[in-house]
Write a protein that binds this ligand. Structure first.
Ligand code: SF4
Length: 335
């Protein structure tokens, strides 16, 4: 476990963010979350109490072994920490950047609001360190099973399924309708939250393990489900959903009113085109260009997607941005 009574002595300290001006003006499409030193992270790991019933386990949708890796970071055993983290999570660099961290809400220390162990930052630091040290290497199967699986969709779920199936010895082909892998984390989430080379290096690991990826293939259009069933022993559907919820109000049909994903997909494609990394297949050229530059923008919705639209609009040079949320502003502290 962490340090006995560590949580009584050591304050929670989260990951620092870049200054807003630097974020928006100097490096608008670089991640704005910065890292901490090993010593500071070890201190944060020391705050974990290794509870008899670690509620963080059930708070985490992946069942991450959180007290274990907190303790390993506390003892500065980073290599063992990544082994423990990878035991339940194929891609900690995605969750460490993007997960809303329900583990922290479930942490017993959160009984004092805002005081939970900084689980997400520890998770991210473990995997970033592992990549830096060269500890993340291909793990191809020891033997081939002789069976084959088609995975439809290359978002995190499809990629995780593909990796696990390949490591079990199956031939795996991933079908992706877009020009690059990653699904929403490539085309929805902006580079200032996850730079796309983070996805590419992980996909390269899958390729080196023997996973095949085919881009620009829309299953159901370019290849039928029957064909997949004939060609493969099993099919995994990991397609997510791109059906937006419409707002049926007067004026919805006017020019300049867009769904968030139409805008975010366009912005992410623009960043890839201008700054890279370039996609492995050709991007569609017939999509409408949506820009917030020089415009007054209203974002309807106060969740992460809305925030991504706000961040992009500001970086593009919108004249003003107003975000509307249906729910009342949350109180500063829990009632
Ligand atoms: S931040 Fe990591 S440990 Fe926490 S819930 Fe998300 S995936 Fe699980």
């Amino acid at each position: 476990m962490g340090e006995i009574g560590g949580f009584l002595k050591i304050q929670r300290v989260g990951l620092p963010y870049k200054d807003p001006i630097e974020r928006v003006e100097l490096e608008p499409y670089k991640e704005f979350v910065e890292s901490r030193s090993d010593g500071e992270l070890a201190e944060q790991g020391a705050r974990c109490m290794d509870c008899g019933v670690p509620f963080c386990h059930s708070g985490c949708p992946l069942g991450n072994l959180i007290p274990d890796f907190n303790d390993l970071v506390y003892h500065q055993d980073w290599q063992a920490a990544i082994v423990r983290l990878h035991a339940t999570n194929n891609f900690p660099e995605f969750t460490g950047r993007l997960c809303p961290a329900p583990c922290e809400a479930a942490c017993v220390l959160e009984i004092r609001e805002g005081d939970s162990v900084t689980i997400k930052q520890i998770e991210l630091s473990i995997i970033d360190r592992a990549w830096q040290e060269g500890w993340v290497t291909p793990e191809p199967p020891q033997a081939e099973s002789g069976r084959s699986v088609a995975v439809v969709g290359s978002g995190p779920a499809g990629l995780a399924a593909a990796q696990q199936l390949r490591r079990a010895g199956h031939k795996v082909v991933v079908f992706e309708r877009d020009e690059a892998p990653g699904g929403l984390i490539r085309f929805g989430v902006p580079d200032f939250k996850i730079e796309k080379h983070v996805i590419d290096r992980r996909v390269q690991q899958l390729i080196d393990e023997g996973v095949e990826l085919r881009y620009g293939v829309d299953v159901g259009v370019d290849i039928s489900a029957d064909q997949l069933k004939r060609d493969f022993d099993a099919v995994v559907l990991a397609i997510g959903s791109r059906v937006p919820r419409n707002l049926d109000v007067p004026g919805r049909e006017l020019d300049g009113v867009h769904f968030a994903m139409e805008y975010l997909y366009g912005r992410n494609r623009w960043v890839a085109e201008q700054l890279g990394p370039q996609p492995p297949a050709a991007a569609p050229t017939d999509l409408p260009k949506i820009t917030a530059e020089g415009k007054h923008v209203v974002v309807v919705g106060g969740g992460d997607t809305g925030a991504d639209c706000v961040g992009n609009s500001i970086r593009e040079g919108a004249l003003g941005v107003i975000q509307l949320e249906l729910l009342p502003e949350p109180p500063e502290h829990r009632p």
